[in-house]
Write a protein that binds this ligand. Structure first.
Ligand code: PEP
Ligand code: MN
Length: 263
């Protein structure tokens, strides 16, 4: 179902204010984690003013350590929904368990499947039954074939509103948190009609590298970006070292628009 042989025209994924694909570059931006209603509202206003078309924010966080902040769960979802009510931005947020799909669907517009869950087949089947769009992140050690077959589980469930996301893979290199292979963008576009989005925040793990990789992703033909933005990255409860502040995000968007006009 994902194959371009079967469906030669590129698909557009839409969810509220967000549209991704067929020449429309959708930018999803916001904090790694929802922390307070003030924090998420400030992010929503700022990223909207800079031109983002959706607000991202994690309420259910899949943390490497069980002792790290695990997210505000339903309270966080309510804060995201309030930010949508005020700004009109579509909400992108992660769901980590099949049991939570209905709950997260109630408050959000796009269900994010995190890299760690790319091959959680029961979860993929569950979001395949949800009326919400899905952002499927590539597993850090998954091949492209495995990635496309994971998408197939969602499509096969009846949900055709699926975006893929390259967020970096695991290599021997330790200068960056992951290694961000941008050849994924044109390669995946040859194989599938589904839009492909790039996550330069997790893909690099360093705020100072995010702008360059965002521009490179757009130059490579990416259909969208998902970027971590925080009012005060030094104080973030997760992923502050790769998050942009509002001024950095505004500057990044200006530079990205120039690249988008040129491609
Ligand atoms: C995130 O988007 O904050 C996240 C946890 O991403 P990933 O699943 O790509 O690690
Ligand atoms: Mn994160």
């Amino acid at each position: 179902l994902a194959s371009r042989e079967l469906k030669p025209e590129s698909s557009t994924v839409t969810a509220g204010s967000l549209s991704v694909g067929n020449g429309t570059i959708g930018v999803m931006a916001g904090p790694c984690s929802v922390e307070t209603s003030e924090q998420i509202l400030a992010c929503a206003r700022a990223v909207k003013a800079s031109g983002a078309s959706a607000l991202r924010g994690g309420a259910f966080k899949p943390r490497t350590s069980p002792y790290s902040f695990q997210g505000l769960k339903e309270d966080g979802l309510k804060m995201l929904a309030a930010a949508r009510d005020e700004t009109g931005l579509a909400i992108v947020t992660e769901v980590v368990s099949p049991d939570d799909v209905d709950l997260v669907s109630e408050y959000s517009d796009v269900l994010q499947i995190g890299a760690r869950n790319m091959q959680n087949y029961r979860l993929l089947e569950a979001v395949g039954k949800s009326p919400r769009a899905v952002l499927l992140k590539r597993g850090p050690s998954a091949t492209i074939d495995e990635f496309l077959l994971a998408a197939e589980y969602i499509l096969d469930g009846g949900n055709l509103n699926v975006m893929l996301c390259e967020r970096g893979v695991r290599t021997f290199e330790s200068h960056t948190r992951f290694t961000l292979p941008l050849a994924t963008v044109p390669y995946v576009q040859q194989r599938t009609h589904l839009p492909i989005v790039v996550d330069p925040s997790h893909g690099t793990g360093h705020t100072s590298l995010v702008t360059a990789m965002s521009k490179a992703a757009i130059a490579a033909g990416a259909d969208g970006l998902i970027v971590e933005v925080h009012p005060n990255p030094d104080k973030a409860m997760s992923d502050g070292y790769q998050s942009m502040n509002f001024a950095q995000f505004e500057q990044m968007m200006t530079e990205c628009r120039r690249i988008a006009e040129a491609v």
